[in-house]
Structure formats: C-alpha cells, structure tokens
Design a protein. Structure first.
Length: 322
C-alpha cells in the first residue's frame, strides 16, 4: 500500500449536544448542527506497519484514549482489532494552536475514520453519510465534521437512523468566524458524563431540540442576525447546565468573559458579531465579510491571538493545500 494522508477540518457546533443517551453508540439526546472551519484541521498519515501490529501515534506519542476510540471504528469497518489491520497511523492537529473547545476531537475522529476506510478499500468511493455513522463511534461531533459545510446530526433510536448530512454551504450563508483560542484543563468527556445531574438538563434537551429547525432555516435563508442570536442562546444554555451539574464545572475563564463583552460592544456599535462556545473557554465570533476585519482588529487589540475561518469542507484525501 502506498502511504497517503487524510485531512479533516474542525467544526464549530452551532446547536450543541451535551450528554449521550447511548454511550456505546455515542448517540446524543437530540439533533445538533455545526459548521466546519477552514483554518483548523487534523491530518492522519497511513502507512503499512511492516508486518508488525498496527500502531497509532498522536503528535508523535502513544495515546491510549485515542486508541480506545479507534478500536470502535476498526471493529465497525473491518470487524477486527485495529492492531490486527497492520497499519501505522500518524495523527496530528494544526501546529502552534493551543486552546480548548476548538473541535479537534471531531476532526481527528473524522480523519481517522476516513483514513481507515480508504486503507481497507482504496478503490471505493467514500460514502460520507455512512462514514458519518462510523465516525460517530469516535465522537458524535466527528459525524458532522465528516460531511462538511453546515451539517446536521439526525438523532434516532439506533445506529442506522443516527447520521449526519450536509444541508448548506457558503453559497447559502457566507459565514466568517474569528476564533479566539483559550486554554483549559477540562476534558469534554468529563462534562458529558456529569451533565445529566443538572436540574435544568431536561429543559435543555427540549430547548436545543426545538432550536435546530430554527437554526437550519436561518442558515438556508442567509440570516446571520437570527443565527447569531440563536447560537448565543444555545451557548449560554450549554454552559448553564455544565455549571449546575454535580461538580459545578465552570469552563469559561475571565478571558472568555472579556471577549464576550467586547463582542457585545462591537454589536452595539453596528458590527454584526455574535459569540459562540463549545465545551471549553475558546470563543468563536460569528460575523460577515464586512465585520471580519473589525472583529479581528478589536480582539487582537486586546492582546489575544485570533484565527479567521470561512465555511470548511468535508473529510478528504489530502491532494491540495488545506
């Protein structure tokens, strides 16, 4: 087998899931919606292991948590342990970017799934919807990342009826995002495990489920204002149930609040800008082409590093620049 590389971009969750009703199949309680970024990604290089057991390297090191997740993907695709496939996988994320809540677990899961599928059958055209089911076993967010653009994870009762589909791209809404990476030691998995203990969890499920159709409609209608307002509400709800679980986890940092305050100031001064966060302190600032430079200058002027993103693509073989 000739070595090859797969790339998958990270995503920003717009309607976020929290908690899983089926941990084995990683099925959330409700639908969720995200948009892939264009500036952050994971790469997976696949080569033969030279007759030895297959190995997984993450940024040059062994990673037991990643290996555990890859096993579920390997079992689904090949019916075998990953080590028995005889592949060496070298995974890495965008270099030089430190921050929590940027979506790298989603891009890593999509890239690994796509890579193993291609290694097992290089001639087959990838079925991204089917691979969205498989990558969900690594991380539910990886399911949406797999198909790219603006995507929706449809949650059913079984593996078969829980999958993602792309429903829009930049032609529907030319979303521009300024990312502000911020560090944290909190693991997303920890938040998912305890969120059901929040007294507001059931209300969150209902609210998020109802929000999905409204967010999809706003995206298809090119309505940034409505989208931004809905995503801000979703973000605050997500962090609300996180903070009211049994361990009272506070994932926001003082820097998060400073950035949010600046976003609200920009909006008060007629710049279309709306904040969004995942399970981490990092902030996504959603805007349009006219507001992108204003937002970037304002946040950079506060001393924070910024990255800019347009609507990103699906998982794919790396043949061109990311």
């Amino acid at each position: 087998m000739k070595p090859f590389t797969v790339v998958a971009n990270t995503m920003q969750a717009l309607v976020k899931y929290h908690g899983l009703k089926d941990w084995k199949l990683r099925i959330p309680y409700h639908d969720s919606i995200s948009v892939n970024t264009s500036c952050l990604y994971s790469e997976v290089r696949v080569s033969e292991s030279g007759g030895e057991e297959g190995t997984l390297w993450v940024a040059g090191e062994r990673n037991e948590d990643a290996l555990r997740r890859v096993q579920t993907v390997s079992n689904r695709l090949a019916g075998k342990r990953f080590e028995d496939l005889g592949f060496r996988l070298d995974s890495k994320n965008t270099t030089g970017v430190e921050g929590k809540g940027l979506g790298f677990s989603s891009s890593a899961g999509a890239a690994v799934t796509f890579a193993l599928n291609h290694a097992l059958d290089p001639e087959a055209k990838p079925d991204l919807q089917e691979l969205s089911r498989v990558s969900r076993l690594f991380a539910a967010s990886a399911s949406r990342t797999m198909v790219g653009g603006f995507s929706r994870l449809h949650v059913g009762k079984t593996d078969e009826d829980t999958y993602s589909e792309k429903f829009a791209d930049s032609r529907d809404l030319d979303l521009r995002t300024v990312l502000v990476p911020l560090p944290s030691t909190v693991r997303t998995e920890m938040a998912h495990e305890e969120v059901e203990s929040s007294p507001f969890f059931k209300a969150r499920i209902e609210s998020a489920a109802n929000r999905c159709d409204k967010v999809e409609k706003a995206i298809l209608g090119g309505d940034l204002k409505t989208l931004g307002e809905l995503v801000e509400q979703d973000t605050l709800e997500l962090h609300g149930v996180t903070m009211t679980g049994k361990n009272r986890m506070i994932v926001m940092s003082p820097d998060t609040i400073r950035v949010i305050t600046k976003v609200r100031e920009l909006r008060a001064n007629s710049t279309e800008a709306y904040f969004s966060m995942q399970t981490g302190p990092s902030v996504f600032i959603n805007t349009d082409q006219a507001g992108e430079d204003k937002v970037k200058r304002a946040i950079s002027g506060m001393g924070y590093r910024t990255l800019t993103s347009t609507v990103g693509r699906e998982a794919r073989l790396k043949r061109t620049k990311v």
